[in-house]
Each structure stands twice: as C-alpha cells, then as structure tokens.
Ligand binder design. Structure first.
Ligand SMILES: [Zn+2]
Length: 173
C-alpha cells in the first residue's frame, strides 16, 4: 500500500473525531517562512505559537523567492499578519550541494535540460543566507515597511534560535 493510500485510510478514521471549530475562517497574526525539512515541522510548539495565529510558508532552503513573496504579500495585505519571521536552520540539506552540481546531476540522470527551476538556491552559510533573505523581503515594494521582517537560524540540535541582523552580529536567544 502506498503512503498516500495509508494516509487516506487513516484520515477516514481520524476525521470522525474532527473538531468543526477548526474550519472557521482564520485570522493569522504572523507569517513564518521556513524550510520544508521535517525537523522544522514542530517549530510552532518550539515558539509557543498557536497554529491558528500563523501563516506557515515553507520551501526547500527558506528562500524568499517569487512564490514566498506572493504568499507574504497576500498574508500581510489580505489576511492581516503583522510580522514576518524568516527561520533558516542548521544542517540544512541545501548546504550539501551547489546549484551547478545539482543541475549537472539531473541532466545526467534524465538526459534533459529544462527551463525551470532557474535556481535551486543552495547556500554555504545559513546565517549569511538568512541575512540575504531578510534583505530580499525587506526591499519588496508590496511588503509594508510597518511589517517587521526578522531572521533567525534554528539549531536543530538544541531547539534554540539565533537572530541574525543584516550588517551585524547574531544573537542567540
Ligand atoms: Zn532546510
């Protein structure tokens, strides 16, 4: 049985105890951009935040790309979130290869050269990379200057966050 089929079967059982109040329209207060890495899936309890208060935007490598911007603009302008938190992490898979290595490997494996993705956004330094993502979000004209954008590196070994500041030293909280 595939994992999806197992999940469907589990859903049929689990949904019988579903709390209908969870279906009410959301009123999130904060948008968080973080990595798709499963070790980040428990980030909300680690921050003491309620799921209902957070718009979670996840992608490989915590990238502020076109699509993250699209979500952040809608989250802040349409849904009313008032702060943006960018949470990169230690030991990210995106530290383990370069874009050109990945492209070469895929071209070899498939024998094809597609037009997209233009980049994989691999990086070599989580702190430095987070500073760049803060700057990319901060400079977008459709993200209000009234919305703070703060960046962090989550240590997957300790559960602690270090705050990074473009042009300054990091602070471990
Ligand atoms: Zn990651």
């Amino acid at each position: 049985m595939s994992i999806i089929d197992e999940a469907l079967s589990a859903n049929a059982t689990i949904a019988s105890d579903f709390d209908p109040s969870l279906g009410k329209p959301p009123a999130p207060k904060i948008a968080i951009v973080t990595c798709a890495d499963p070790r980040l899936s428990n980030i909300l309890p680690m921050l003491g935040l309620a799921e209902a208060d957070v718009d979670m935007i996840r992608n490989f490598g915590t990238v502020i790309d076109d699509d993250a911007i699209r979500s952040l603009v809608l989250s802040t302008r349409l849904l009313g979130t008032r702060e943006i938190m960018i949470i990169n992490h230690t030991d990210c898979g995106m530290l383990r290869f370069t874009d050109s290595e990945m492209e070469e490997r895929l071209r070899e494996e498939t024998g094809r050269a597609p037009i997209a993705p233009a980049r994989f956004y691999s990086f070599t330094d989580a702190e430095q990379n987070t500073k760049e993502q803060i700057q990319k979000a901060r400079s977008h004209p459709w993200l209000s200057e009234d919305v703070p954008v703060r960046g962090f590196v989550y240590d997957v070994g300790t559960g602690r966050l270090s705050e990074v500041f473009p042009g300054k030293e990091s602070v471990t909280h």
